[in-house]
Design a protein around this ligand. Structure first.
Ligand SMILES: Nc1ncnc2c1ncn2[C@@H]1O[C@H](COP(=O)(O)OP(=O)(O)OP(=O)(O)O)[C@@H](O)[C@H]1O
Length: 590
């Protein structure tokens, strides 16, 4: 793997290091090279290296890339994980028998699980809250615990939850033997704080701990790492970019990262300043927002692109995307699948998505589904609707995989023959049924009801479902309808394409919030809704809030490789262009 001299210096540094890395600077490459280098030193010892990343997607990416460098037996010496799985596997699981309520074990309460839904519904009912929307459910996933053990987080500070509801939720989860992500971190901290023998056991295990996206590590997480650092000989490579810290609402604070680095005496003099992602004009925009020291330089292939970033003001985001962004993509020969529309909040993306689809552009939705993802018929229905929208041979493999998981979910039986010739024939039968129903021009709800019945019959004939399991899809459709009604979806006008957007077709235009775009890159980016009040949002009152909004804007700019579009909406005359677009306070395009 080719490394720049800055990247090499970071990999070779054998002391504690806090590495500040500009956007697109190849942090992943550095972390992988470091991991491979450390493995050479721990192979014949009892030690390991932990590589803590921010998301499961990052875990998979690093795992996939590290595999090429591994020797047999190496897997005992490294763990690539999120901070939650680090705490779960190395602290909470081995010692949970010490905690009342978890003495006999536990199950993790994931937001996709049915138990999560049951617990949230039951606890909300106690507080007289019924007909929950996905926002209500989401608020429970945002709950956190502070260093004193008290409930906190945006859902309490500015959402609809109270500390009493949070406590009731956790008590109920615990009574049922479940633990959520917030408590995994909290109990792990308690265990190592109160039991020195546990702390030294954990600290002795690791010779190195590598932490990616360190700027978004929360107070409790930093405390856990600090205790481990104080109790053993583990060295730390902390990689991050304080200018991309955008999770304050989740408890992240860049100043904590700096304090921790000081506490462990980490070097801070190595910096990655080469950006391999973006063109010169885009890097120049980012530098106007935050001038870095040393300045960020465009070093990658995108260097050859010269398009200057555009600003457009229009009567709606849709009009700007239709009249300027899509033609700009076409003029540069960029497929829409390589482009993204980024907005400060997801709710403006829904109506935009619908207008774009009506205009004939296939899109990948803003992520939030109007029904719960664990509905048993939903994944298969989405994949098949995706295929109806855009019949691509690659989608067949995804449908097969989804069918396998759905059958496993419904029946508890793993039918590996789904991946055989016979299995593929069943998939084609499902697609033929789906197409026939689609051809009769029905709405999405009628299609869901009819296809639930038709698909069940195909699966019974194929031997994947028993006759007793035949009605499960229909029940699942009823649950999806209830969810959608609660989420105020206009069922009468729901189209089959509305469901297909969740199947994630590669060739579709992506719609995402700025937050969800973190860590990703796109050939072309249109940032929309860039009005005062939206970014910075109305909620941003303090200097810290405003700084965080500025960093969010910066994350948006730095996702682009070649084309960057800024759009404001002049339909609401009270809110002019965001200060981040102006000279002096921003990129200076208007
Ligand atoms: N030494 C190098 N030579 C050529 N390309 C490189 C080098 N290092 C990294 N890259 C490429 O740069 C791109 C950006 O890398 P990566 O996604 O790791 O960025 P990042 O630092 O995580 O960015 P961000 O903080 O914005 O998410 C990748 O396509 C990667 O392959």
């Amino acid at each position: 793997m080719k490394l720049t001299s800055e990247q090499q210096a970071a990999v070779r540094c054998d002391e504690n290091l806090m590495l500040t890395a500009c956007p697109g600077s190849g942090k992943t490459r550095v972390i992988i090279s470091k991991l491979v280098r450390i493995l050479d030193t721990v192979r014949d010892t009892a030690h390991s290296v932990a590589c803590i990343t921010y998301t499961n997607a990052a875990v998979h990416e690093i795992e996939g890339r590290v595999r090429f460098h591994m020797q047999p037996g190496d897997d005992r010496h490294y763990d690539i994980c999120t901070i939650h799985s680090f705490c779960l596997n190395h602290i909470f699981r081995p010692f949970c028998y010490l905690i009342a309520g978890y003495k006999k074990g536990f199950k993790v309460l994931t937001p996709e699980s049915e138990e999560f839904e049951k617990i949230v519904t039951a606890v909300s009912a106690k507080f007289n809250k019924f007909n929950l929307t996905y926002r209500d459910f989401e608020e429970f996933t945002q709950l956190r615990i502070d260093l004193d053990g008290e409930p906190t987080g945006a859902a309490i500070e500015r959402g609809s939850l109270t500390p009493e509801i949070a406590k009731a939720y956790w008590a109920r989860a615990r009574a049922d033997g479940f633990i959520d992500f917030a408590n995994i971190i909290y109990y792990s901290l308690l265990l190592i704080r109160k039991r020195p023998e546990i702390l030294s056991y954990v600290a002795a295990k690791f010779s190195w701990i590598l932490v990616d996206e360190f700027q978004d590590t929360t107070d409790l997480q930093v405390e856990i790492l600090a205790l481990i650092a104080g109790a053993g000989d583990a060295r730390f490579l902390l990689v991050g970019d304080p200018l991309q810290s955008i999770y304050r609402f989740a408890g992240a604070r860049p100043d904590l990262a700096v304090d921790f680095a000081k506490r462990i005496g980490a070097r801070t003099d190595i910096v990655l300043s080469g950006n391999f992602r973006s063109s010169n004009p885009i890097v120049a925009q980012a530098e106007k927002m935050f001038a870095r020291t040393p300045a960020m330089k465009a070093l990658g292939e995108a260097n050859k692109f010269t398009e200057t970033p555009h600003y457009r003001d229009g009567s709606s985001s849709f009009v700007i995307i239709r009249d300027y962004f899509l033609p700009a993509l076409a003029a540069s020969g960029i497929p829409v699948g390589e482009a993204v529309i980024l907005a400060p909040t997801w709710f403006t993306l829904f109506p935009l998505g619908r207008l774009l689809r009506e205009y004939g552009v296939s899109i990948v939705g803003p992520g939030a589904r109007p029904y719960r993802r664990n509905r048993q018929f939903a994944p298969l229905a989405e994949q098949i609707c995706g295929y109806l929208m855009e019949p691509r041979p690659e989608s067949i493999v995804a449908i097969e995989r989804t069918l396998f998981n759905t059958v496993l979910d419904v029946t508890g039986r793993a039918h590996f023959d789904i991946f055989s010739y016979e299995g593929r024939a069943v998939v084609f039968r499902l697609l033929a049924q789906a197409q026939a129903l689609n051809d009769s021009f029905m709405g999405a709800i009628e299609w869901l009801e009819s296809s639930a019945a038709a698909f069940s019959k195909v699966l019974v004939d194929a031997g994947y479902f028993s006759t007793a399991e035949q009605g499960i899809f229909a029940m699942s459709v009823e649950e999806m309808k209830t969810d959608m009604r609660n989420n105020r979806v206009d069922l009468a006008n729901l189209a089959i394409d509305d469901l297909g957007i969740y199947a994630n077709p590669d060739a579709a235009l992506k719609l995402s919030t700025l937050h969800n775009a973190k860590g990703r890159e796109f050939t072309a980016v249109a940032m929309i809704d860039l009005n005062e009040g939206r970014i910075p949002s109305y909620y941003s009152r303090t200097t810290e809030d405003l700084e965080e909004q500025k960093r969010l804007f910066y994350v948006g700019i730095t996702r682009a490789k070649r084309i960057l579009f800024y759009a404001t909406d002049n339909s609401d005359r009270r809110n002019g262009p965001s200060r981040f677009l102006l000279k002096g306070t921003g990129v200076g395009v208007c």
